[in-house]
Write a protein of this length. Structure first.
Length: 144
């Protein structure tokens, strides 16, 4: 049920993100979500795309070091306490949260979509489904 995220390692210099996203654009890869974290000398760009396997091939062919990682994407009610409900499931299930970022709500603005990198995505998915929280699939990402 998890979705594949691509992490791309980029040198922390002006224009590097532009160059990488141009490679994706030139190959008709649509980014559905993006996160950028930087440290001294390099950055890590995390993206969600419709076809992660095609995107990783395009990136590799262009010389970008990248890695696929499983993440959990959850539909969160766009209302006060919506995110807290999801986080409580992780806490109650003793699932460690490594990082979080958002995905475009697409055609359903009444909901938000949050991407979670957790210590155990299978346990997280099971706990979320048990709590009645919708977990998205790769097919759901394409349909947004």
């Amino acid at each position: 049920m998890s979705v594949k995220q691509i992490s791309i390692f980029l040198e922390n210099k002006a224009g590097r993100l532009d160059e990488m996203t141009k490679v994706l654009a030139d190959n008709s890869v649509n980014m559905r979500a993006v996160s950028l974290a930087e440290t001294d000398g390099f950055g890590i760009v995390r993206i969600i795309v419709d076809d992660p396997y095609a995107a990783t091939t395009v990136l590799k062919d262009a010389g970008y070091i990248n890695k696929l990682t499983s993440v959990v994407i959850v539909e969160v009610p766009n209302s006060p306490g919506g995110l807290n409900k999801v986080l409580k499931v992780f806490t109650d299930s003793q699932i460690n949260l490594e990082y979080i970022y958002a995905l475009s709500a697409g055609k359903q603005p009444e909901n938000a979509y949050m991407i979670f990198r957790v210590s155990d995505h299978k346990s997280a998915e099971a706990a979320l489904v048990h709590a009645g929280i919708r977990v998205l699939t790769q097919e759901d990402i394409v349909a947004l």
